[in-house]
Ligand binder design. Sequence first.
Ligand SMILES: [Ca+2]
Ligand SMILES: [Ca+2]
Ligand SMILES: [Ca+2]
Length: 340
Amino acid sequence: MKTIKTLALTCAIAVGLVSCSDNDNNDSIIQNETKVLFTSNNADGNVNVYNVTNINSVMKSTLETSATAADGIYYDGSEDLIVQASRSTLGLEGYAGVSIMSSAINATVTASIMSGLNMSSPREVAVNGDFYVVADNADADGIDITKDGRLFIYTKSGSNFTLRNIITTDIKLWGITFIGNDLYAVADTTNELAVYSNFLNNTSTTTLTASKQIAIEGIVRTHGLTYDSMTDTMILTDIGDADSGTDGGFHVIENFNSKFNNTANGATLAVNQQTRVAGSNTVLGNPVDVAYDGSTKTVFIAEAKNGKILAFNNINTGGNITPVYSADLAAASAVYFYKE
Ligand SMILES: [Ca+2]
Ligand SMILES: [Ca+2]
Ligand SMILES: [Ca+2]
């Protein structure tokens, strides 16, 4: 009875703002919020934007770019700016004023903000204020067996991304994300997660060792990661064997900060502290990037091997879950979730 009264009251308050459905399937939209997933791919370099406000009724927009392959993607809502790392020009490209949040559109876009074409193999992008960091997974020292990569740090000002400095790492790079001023990076080809504390304080071009690096039990080869500060949740993907399209997965780690802090440098975070999603129903082969809507606990995946954008919810204890949303996107490379 109490629940019904509360719902009725909530609806009464919401009336006049938006419609309020009592057909309660847990995603009736009470608040006037728009949720969008920005994606990039290595098949045609276009930006595909999925309006995921209602995961049961997703609308897709395609923004045609001059890039023919692209990876890391980001959206700055305050400037209405979409940024992706072009793997055809090897620079950052920003497309301004697309107004994608207000309507679903198909359009050709032209880069209005660009970086120098400095990189060799740009992958994920992580943003902190006007600092745009790009992980470059090309071999940094020309010696194949030594594991390394480079982090390009750009500053956005006016119509430029200006290269500030380059950090060479002693791990192979792919996914990166900020938590505050600390940059978290997967150690590609392993199941390890590294952190560079106060990363942006490193203002010169130099080499840097991770402040801390731990193994994530249960993962074979991690690739993408995302962090949601509202729910203190980290999610890491597992691509398994890169040649297999059936062995992918992802791990959800709630209460991440205390779990990470309680794991010593060089130690392993136990699999029983995590929730693993994997199996034949998941369509996960090589999930290369991940994004998360903490308010609905929905995980979005760029699935490169099987060419899909996937969404998962009702994850609970994990396992062999069927995606709540699946759409074809050849060579999907990156995802970024944004709501306003
Ligand atoms: Ca090397
Ligand atoms: Ca795989
Ligand atoms: Ca991403």
